[in-house]
Design a protein around this ligand. Structure first.
Ligand code: IMP
Ligand code: MG
Length: 216
């Protein structure tokens, strides 16, 4: 039996470092909470994949920190590869998906663990799962740090979830807004004034080059 996924409980003692206070409203998940949860998720994954050589497929760029912490807790033989995917969309909404890096490893007949930072509408994971299934792996399990179930439009669920979070735009621990804030060691709630301001600054440009490219 797997323990239920925790609803995130913000630590009232956690204070946003002064450097980020203007942009980050509050800390939603601290470094310590993330580390503890990843250790628990890793135990579930190890139990489910023991005896099989797994291929970890991680989506760039949002998984950088999560992936590094997750795989160092996976004491299993594994191979690692990446798929690059980003969306052309303004602000905090998902736009059209563009693949920026394709998978190199052969996953046919293999056990795949697909890792993403956050499951939001489900469009990204849905699209990537479709691509992977064509390659005929033995099975695919999905793993995300955060799940924003309230925003789902595609029928996609993850097998391993770090935290259930409310419908808030979050940054840090790999998650970005316009490629910024990935380096924060915690998950924080972005001040709405940051993305409202940024949207106003977007100047309509020529088709295709228009809009900022939002890395995943
Ligand atoms: P989906 O395709 O709507 O499920 O969105 C998944 C992708 O959108 C993630 O891989 C993130 O890159 C991005 N995303 C969704 N919600 C957030 C958020 O709150 N903060 C930062 N990025 C997000
Ligand atoms: Mg992103």
């Amino acid at each position: 039996m797997r323990a239920p996924v925790p609803e995130v409980q913000a630590d009232p003692r956690a204070r946003v470092p002064a450097r980020w206070r203007k942009e980050v409203e509050r800390i939603l998940i601290t470094e310590g909470q993330i580390a503890r949860r990843i250790r628990a998720m890793s135990r579930d994954i190890v139990r489910d994949f023991t005896g099989r050589e797994m291929v970890v497929v991680s989506l760039l760029n949002g998984t950088v920190m999560f992936l590094a912490d997750l795989i160092r807790n996976l004491s299993l033989p594994l191979r690692l590869d990446f798929i690059g995917v980003s969306s052309y969309g303004a602000g905090t909404e998902s736009g059209d998906l563009v693949f920026t890096k394709e998978l190199r490893l052969d996953v046919r007949g293999r056990d795949v663990l697909l890792v993403d930072d956050i499951l939001d509408t489900g469009k990204t994971l849905g699209r990537v799962l479709g691509k992977l299934r064509v390659l005929q792996p033995r099975r695919i399990k999905t793993c995300v740090l955060l799940n924003k179930a309230a925003r789902r439009v595609e029928a996609v669920e993850a097998d391993y979830v770090g935290f259930e979070i409310p419908d808030l735009f979050v940054v840090g621990y790999g998650l970005d807004f316009a490629e910024r804030y990935r380096n924060l060691p915690f998950v924080g709630v972005l001040h709405p004034h940051v993305y409202k301001q940024a949207c106003q600054q977007v100047i309509p440009a020529r088709p295709r080059k228009a809009g900022r490219r939002r890395g995943r």
